[in-house]
Design a protein around this ligand. Structure first.
Ligand code: SAH
Length: 378
């Protein structure tokens, strides 16, 4: 492989009490801040500190995002707070449902015109949202729709959190047929590479998991952060003291093929990325998910299943095979079911826990790798 890495990484904002604004970033929002920071922010507006808890209870506890509905706030305070702490971040462009109402995809326009998507998926025992961490993605995986368009920018913490809060509100309204009304799981498997927007994604995880009213009160174990394998960031995440699930998009057990399917492999090889995964498992006690898109005649050969089995045997891990969802114009297709079954059989024979991911949202382009908002603008 001679190709150069095509990876784009947006510069990180300097860390500080109040996140600084960069070109394209939205104004500050309540969900960018932890509770003490919110208290400081309302004090700066000349409001009593308890207002921080009051608006937090509306936003995280009752899922009320519209300041006009926060009627227990005096009108003048409401206006000041709305402007300074509850700016409008996501404008719904389109919401579509499929799977009999159990899957809903939302397309949002951000303040600078960028488009991102989220997916709400209802199951009999849980409700999951799949959220975006960047507008576009710089990782350039050739089978992924988002990867084709390149990176526009990082999302702010609040832009990430607000996707989940909005869709938690949709679930709470009883819109997800046959599922509990309470959002329980969040997966960072929408647009973007979460670990390339590290600080904001970790802050978003903290907001999602802090007990109400500081946050949404989800269990850390019900949050999954998926990565192409940015090794230093994986190691840093292992030291955050969080118990979130890490998913690693491996897609090939050998460097020759992975260099092509996941170009960041040209920088961090299979052995290194798996080492970082096992380090994460050791530090957190959490089983690492290995994501593997099944691509016909590309990565689905029996010998690759056996090699993968040897790499993973005896580790704290679980393999999620994802039937490839072909992107428009792609030369690739999903593996035939018998090939998929043989791949599963070989992994299990090696002692590796393996399942095949369901393909929710396919008919609304809401399935894995199909979140390419630019195509929906028409
Ligand atoms: N950047 C993160 C999150 C991306 S999406 C990551 O790469 O892990 C979540 C998963 O969907 C990743 O495993 C990604 O490789 C996979 N995916 C992307 N496009 C796909 C497609 N067309 N078919 C099946 N899976 C796909």
């Amino acid at each position: 492989m001679t190709s150069q890495p095509l990876i784009q990484i947006a510069p990180e904002a300097p860390t500080g009490l109040v996140p600084s604004r960069r070109a394209g970033m939205p104004p500050r929002h309540l969900a960018d801040l932890d509770l003490p920071e919110r208290q400081a922010a309302v004090a700066e507006l000349g409001e009593p500190a308890f207002r921080a808890r009051q608006i937090s209870t509306h936003y995280f506890g009752r899922l009320v995002r519209d300041p006009a509905r926060m009627t227990d706030l005096p009108a003048a305070a409401r206006d000041r707070i709305a402007t300074e702490l509850l700016p409008h971040l996501l404008t719904p462009v389109r919401e579509v449902a499929c799977d009999g109402g159990a899957t809903r995809k939302a397309l949002w326009r951000l303040h600078d015109g960028s488009l991102v998507e989220s997916v709400l998926m209802g199951y009999p025992d849980r409700v999951t949202v799949c959220i975006s961490s960047q507008a576009g993605c710089g990782m350039a995986c050739p089978f992924c729709a988002t990867g084709q368009a390149g990176l526009t920018r990082n999302l702010s913490t609040a832009e990430i959190v607000d996707q989940a809060v909005h869709l938690a509100g949709v679930a709470a309204s009883g819109a997800v047929v046959g599922s509990p009304p309470r959002l329980s799981h969040v997966v960072f498997m929408g647009m973007g590479e979460p670990l390339a927007n590290y600080a904001r994604v970790v802050a978003a995880v903290r907001r999602l998991t802090a007990p109400a009213p500081e946050g949404l009160g989800l269990s850390q174990r019900h949050i999954t952060v998926s990565t192409v394998g940015l090794v230093p960031a994986m190691r840093r995440l292992a030291d955050e003291g969080l118990s979130v699930t890490l998913a690693l998009s491996l897609h090939a057990p050998d460097d020759e093929l992975r260099d092509e399917l996941v170009p960041v492999n040209q920088r961090w090889k299979v052995a290194e990325v798996l080492d970082a995964a096992w380090h994460y498992a050791e530090r957190t006690g959490r089983r690492v998910s290995i994501e593997y898109a099944m691509i016909r005649d590309v990565n689905d050969q029996p010998w690759r299943a056996d090699l993968l089995g040897r790499l993973l045997a005896g580790r704290l891990t679980h393999v999620n095979l994802i039937p490839l969802n072909p992107t428009p114009g792609s030369r690739w297709d999903a593996s035939p079911k018998p090939v998929e079954r043989e791949f599963v059989r070989r992994l299990r024979a090696a002692g590796v826990s393996t399942t095949v991911r369901d393909t929710r949202g396919r008919e609304i382009d809401g399935a894995c790798g199909q979140l390419a908002a630019a195509e929906v603008t028409g």
